[in-house]
Design a binder for this molecule. Structure first.
Ligand code: GCB
Length: 599
């Protein structure tokens, strides 16, 4: 995990795995907040950060100070401020913050009673967009950068039985060096967008584990467990899988890590048709952590994608993490259910979670529903390729999502980036990211949404001419023939020369349509235009010999500040197959019909 503290970068506590199933206390609910566009609670009037002062001034918002006498001058008071719900973006909760990009301070007061006196306590953020500074009881815990991945801090020695105050500064200002950078095609929702919780562990606890089927031996489950705590060396751990009658005893090394291999001929494989999940226990003398884990293999062979050694065609759809219920950033199980049920109804066995890591409900639910998942790092369009801290930030965000989701059977692809223009520094950046990812998780496939181009200058023949295509396991690209490039009838004039011997998975195609707007098939924004685009594109794509599936753009209309056309867009990207209020457009049924007739 990467924390930037002042100007220095340092690593703090590693991520605790599977907080989803651990004893925890959610701090969700109403928090007081202060909107602070000038970062007045962070810097003094000489623009020096208060948190670098030996004794911070009471003007620093993180001190949560109170006026102690009527003559005292203090220009804020959290407890008299308005409240806002956590989790949740600020944009859709408060009208005045709809377009806001800057700092908001959050404050939550709480009591805490340990379940066991000797236990440890961690403060865990599921996500906060974008740069987050965390203070507990006036003390700085650290800073996290990146809007879509979890991070945690140990607070065992800071927590009190009563009257704790947690102050969090969240800043969603975009920057050129950020990941993502200044320009995107989605709403920059700010705030504590996912849950914040306290996770109580025993003194030595299960920090991390990776439990999976061997990709090359389907009778073998293998992996590791890592403990954290003073007593982590030479500790007994048991991997217990009741349904397979497996009890594997292992002992940690001096670093608290134990690796293992288990042979069993009885493993029922997780698949899209039968998403079988085993309850796996990771037991120490002090803890019994359980997880629901599916065992499956995923690899490629020539132009095929093999799930459990059988070729699979990925019938997909792209999804943004936007709530169909609140029309803000999605974060609840209800949001995930609505989105993935729509994908199922469409006939999907696969989803592309664009363009950043989505919340944990999505991947947990995909595991249960038998939906394969592409997860994506927010390296989007133009990134500061030459900037070392931009790379470190991108790598860190990827590391955090891999840490969180590496035990999910549904997750089969790590995507490095989306539509990034080739250049030597970009190629190097992405290749380094891919090498890092392969070392961290050698079990999954690597891809990126690339771009297509003319073949040898011929506008009617398309190809993938990108050095990064040699690095990926799955060749993916976005293409908008018929929308940004001519009209849908153009599809029938295009042919494809794809020279890489790899499976092709088209990551995007689509057209905008305003639900309920009808007309002829060449009138932009009508449902008929979008419907025809799908009909023509599906015919065109069938001619790509290596094609193993696609994820059209996109399941639901989503908010984007780039989309301003009155009466049609009004702030929404209209390429959804479903409108934001849940109404299906004609193209939905074209794709549904295609998927239902495809094996
Ligand atoms: C793309 C981008 C996606 C946009 C989409 C569009 O190629 O990857 O983020 O939203 O096109 O609608 O233009």
């Amino acid at each position: 995990m990467l924390f930037i503290f002042s100007n220095a970068t340092f690593a703090q506590e590693d991520l605790i795995i599977n907080t989803y199933n651990r004893p925890s206390t959610s701090l969700s609910g109403n928090w007081n907040y202060i909107v602070d566009p000038y970062e007045n609670g962070y810097y003094n009037y000489r623009h020096e950060p208060f948190d670098l002062q030996a004794t911070p001034s009471k003007s620093a918002f993180f001190t949560n100070s109170k006026q102690e006498s009527p003559s005292e001058l203090l220009e804020y008071d959290f407890d008299s401020m308005d409240t806002i719900a956590v989790p949740g973006d600020w944009n859709t909760q408060k009208e005045k913050l709809f377009y806001y990009e800057g700092t908001v301070w959050y404050k939550k007061s709480f009591d805490y009673v340990f379940m066991e006196k000797q236990n440890r306590l961690f403060l865990y953020f599921e996500a906060s967009n974008y740069k987050t500074e965390v203070y507990l009881n006036g003390k700085k815990l650290g800073t996290h950068v990146g809007g879509f991945t979890p991070f945690n801090f140990e607070v065992t020695n800071l927590i009190k039985d009563t009257n704790n105050y947690l102050v969090v500064k969240v800043d969603n200002k975009r920057s050129k060096e950020g990941v993502p950078t200044l320009s995107t095609d989605w709403w920059n929702y700010g705030g504590l967008t996912r849950d914040v919780k306290l996770v109580e562990t025993s003194p030595t606890f299960v920090q991390d584990y990776f439990i999976q089927l061997d990709n090359y031996n389907s009778n073998k489950i293998k992996g590791y467990v890592t403990l954290n705590g003073e007593d982590k060396a030479t500790k007994n751990i048991q991997i217990y899988i009741p349904e397979l009658n497996i009890r594997k005893n292992i002992v940690t090394n001096i670093n608290g890590k134990a690796t293992f291999e288990i042979i069993s001929k009885d493993i029922k494989f997780w698949s899209t048709k039968n998403p079988y999940l085993y309850t796996v226990h990771i037991k120490t003398d002090e803890e019994n952590i359980t997880d629901q884990i599916g065992f499956r293999s995923i690899k490629t062979k020539g132009k095929q994608i093999l799930l459990n050694n059988t070729p699979i065609y990925l019938k997909g759809i792209s999804i943004h993490e936007e709530s169909p219920i609140t029309h803000g950033r999605g974060s609840t199980l209800e949001d995930a259910k609505t989105l993935l049920n729509w994908a199922k109804e469409l006939g999907c066995n696969y989803v592309r979670l664009a363009h950043y890591p989505h919340n944990e409900h999505m991947v947990r639910l995909a595991d249960k529903m038998g939906i394969l998942v592409w997860e994506e790092n927010p390296v989007y369009w133009t990134i500061a390729w030459d900037n070392a801290s931009t790379y470190a930030n991108a790598e860190n965000q990827l590391a955090e999502v891999i840490n969180r989701d590496k035990n999910r059977a549904s997750v089969i692809i790590w995507s490095m980036a989306n539509e990034t223009p080739t250049s030597p520094s970009r190629n190097q950046f992405l290749t380094k990211l891919a090498t890092y990812t392969r070392a961290k998780d050698p079990t999954r496939l690597i891809s990126a949404a690339l771009e297509q181009s003319d073949y040898n200058g011929n506008k009617f023949v398309r190809t993938i001419n990108d050095p990064f295509a040699d690095v990926v396991d799955i060749l993916s690209f976005n293409q908008y023939i018929g929308w940004y490039d001519g009209l849908p009838e153009k599809c029938s004039q295009i042919s494809w020369v794809i020279e890489q011997d790899k499976p092709v998975l088209i990551s995007e195609f689509g057209a905008g349509a305003k639900q309920g707007f009808h007309g002829d098939k060449n009138t932009r924004w009508t449902e008929e235009f979008q419907e025809n685009l799908y009909v023509e594109t599906l015919k065109m794509l069938e001619n790509i010999e290596q094609l193993q599936g696609f994820s059209p753009w996109i399941l639901v209309d989503f908010r984007s500040p780039r989309r301003v056309l009155p009466k049609i867009q009004d702030g929404w990207n209209r390429k959804g197959l479903i409108s934001e209020d849940g109404k299906k457009k004609k193209a939905f049924f074209v794709l549904q019909n295609f998927y239902n007739n495809k094996n």
